[in-house]
Design a protein around this ligand. Structure first.
Ligand SMILES: CC(C)(COP(=O)(O)OP(=O)(O)OC[C@H]1O[C@@H](n2cnc3c(N)ncnc32)[C@H](O)[C@@H]1OP(=O)(O)O)[C@@H](O)C(=O)NCCC(=O)NCCS
Length: 137
């Protein structure tokens, strides 16, 4: 369960915390330059801080009009299973709801660890109508 020292904020993590959260949670490590772009260029953030460090995060990449993509959902392993991921995702969706015009299109790429959370929040698979694809070079 979350405790009183967990604080949800809508500001980005520090670059150091961002890079650490990605790598420590098993997501592909990113460089400082990549991280700086993510911190500066996202539409919104939800971050849980515990003792001054970011321990869970998620962000939305979006146009502010209708297209919103959720990325970087990650919780430090020692804090997983305490409801922080759900808290972050719920707050990201609340931020979209608060600001976006009616009818937002909200997407994400669902790695296996996040699928139960996403499904229980209302996300459904886009296939066969649309398949997620990425550029491979
Ligand atoms: C996905 C992730 C962010 C979830 O974060 P979390 O803080 O552990 O999530 P929560 O504690 O809020 O749990 C959310 C749901 O995940 C599932 N879940 C959490 N821990 C679980 C576990 N040990 N075993 C199975 N399911 C689990 C449950 O469905 C849970 O729902 P509940 O609230 O009904 O119990 C986290 O597992 C993570 O960082 N994984 C590694 C990085 C990753 O793959 N990110 C997703 C990229 S798409």
């Amino acid at each position: 369960m979350t405790d009183a020292t967990d604080q949800l904020v809508r500001t980005p993590p520090t670059l150091e915390d961002y890079l650490h959260l990605r790598a420590a949670s098993g997501l592909t490590p990113k460089t400082a330059v990549q991280g700086e772009g993510a911190l500066a260029g996202s539409w919104c953030w939800s971050v849980v801080r515990h003792e001054e460090r970011a321990v869970a995060m998620g962000r939305v990449i979006g146009d502010g009009g209708w297209y919103f993509h959720i990325a970087d959902m990650a919780t430090l392993p020692e804090h997983q299973g305490r409801g922080l991921g759900r808290r972050v995702l719920t707050d990201l969706l609340a931020q979209i709801e608060e600001v976006a015009p009616d009818g937002p299109y909200v997407t994400l790429m669902a790695d296996a660890p996040g699928r139960p959370l996403y499904a229980s929040t209302g996300f459904v698979e886009t296939a066969p109508t649309s398949l997620g694809m990425r550029l491979e070079r």
